[in-house]
Design a protein around this ligand. Structure first.
Ligand code: R5P
Length: 335
């Protein structure tokens, strides 16, 4: 893949990587699990290196085996593996590849987990429940990760679940850039729930737009009720921002409520297109002009068709990798 093809049009397109050798960490190596090889390839292409070859196979009973095809000894290794659907398969694969890298004496191992599963189970809401997001963090570290690159985690508190450094990137600039290119006048940024207010406020600041918040209730997994729209959306183009779309129920109901409250149109931005249980079909039948997501999770060609737009986070991840590899500051990628 051509490097310019990956980075053009991105706010992270000014990158020029002179060398992929660091005196401290050895050579830069990028590996991909099977969760999202397309994204990993784009990241490697943006940096200008090839992916390290690795075979991931299954034994007859379904157990996973991996074989890394070149020496990892003394190298600075980045493993790209979002823990998207099939979640448990991809998680176990992540743990096993990390273990293989640790046993292969890699100098430093960074788990690049653009989508972090179990993130919504980050606290107990009832007695005798697990905190699965913490458990996954424990196992990732135990398996061998020295650092983590994550992207738009469901809540920022998850960073603290890791006892190793976490570079928590955000795709907000990429999503905002898309909205700016549309050149819409009279926009209002909408958080689909109270928990997402901080994220929506950041977007509203970038777009210099007012903010509205939807007060929703989810009494059961498959039931969504919009209670109120807080803020003025009448006569405005609504830009709804969420971290992920799972079944699509949240944004479909929010879109209807916004139009009922006088919004002119509704567009949805979300970093992670989890898209399960017919989400795309539900969204296509909802009154939504455009659904803008990123490629943290792979979609089929059919799912990528309009009104879905997919923006790549590969240049952002590539830039973070190069800064980490050269001991540069990553903090400006967080804002
Ligand atoms: C929940 O708090 C998340 O931020 C999303 O709003 C939620 O995961 C979306 O789920 P669904 O698409 O199933 O409504």
């Amino acid at each position: 893949m051509d490097k310019t093809e990956v980075i053009s049009g991105s706010p992270y397109s000014q990158i020029a990587y002179e060398t992929t050798q660091s005196p401290q960490w050895g050579d830069l190596k990028i590996l991909s699990g099977t969760a999202n090889p397309e994204l990993a390839n784009k990241v490697a292409a943006a940096i200008g290196i090839g992916l390290t070859e690795m075979e991931v196979t299954r034994f007859a009973d379904g157990e996973i085996n991996v074989k890394i095809k070149e020496s990892m000894r003394g190298h600075d290794v980045f493993l790209v593996q979002p823990t998207c659907h099939p979640v448990n398969e991809n998680l176990i694969e992540l743990f096993i590849i990390l273990d293989a890298l640790r046993r292969a004496s890699a100098a430093r191992i960074t788990a690049v987990v653009p989508y972090y599963a179990y993130a919504r189970k980050e606290k107990k809401t009832q007695p005798r429940e697990p905190i699965s997001a913490k458990l996954m963090a424990n196992i990732i570290t135990l398996a061998g990760a020295h650092r983590i690159i994550a992207l738009d985690l469901h809540t920022e508190a998850i960073e603290g679940f890791f006892d190793v450094p976490v570079d928590h990137l955000t795709a907000i600039k990429i999503l905002a850039g898309h909205v700016k290119r549309l050149g819409l006048q009279n926009i209002v940024v909408v958080s689909p729930d109270v928990g997402g207010t901080r994220r929506a406020r950041r977007l509203a600041n970038i777009l210099e737009a007012p903010l509205a918040i939807v007060d929703k209730r989810r009494p059961a997994d498959d039931v969504m009720e919009v209670m109120h729209v807080v803020g003025d959306v009448e006569g405005q183009h609504a830009i709804v921002i969420d971290d992920m779309i799972t079944t699509g129920m949240t944004v479909a109901s929010v879109a209807k409520a916004l139009l009922a409250n006088g919004a002119l149109s509704v567009r949805v931005l979300a970093t992670h297109p989890v898209m399960v249980n017919g989400a795309i079909e539900l969204l296509r039948s909802a009154p939504i002009e455009e659904i803008v997501v990123t490629d943290t999770i792979p979609l089929t060609e059919e799912q990528k068709k309009p009104p879905v737009t997919v923006l790549s986070v590969a240049p952002l991840i590539a830039e973070a990798i190069m800064r980490i590899h050269s001991n540069g500051s990553v903090s400006e990628l967080f804002h």
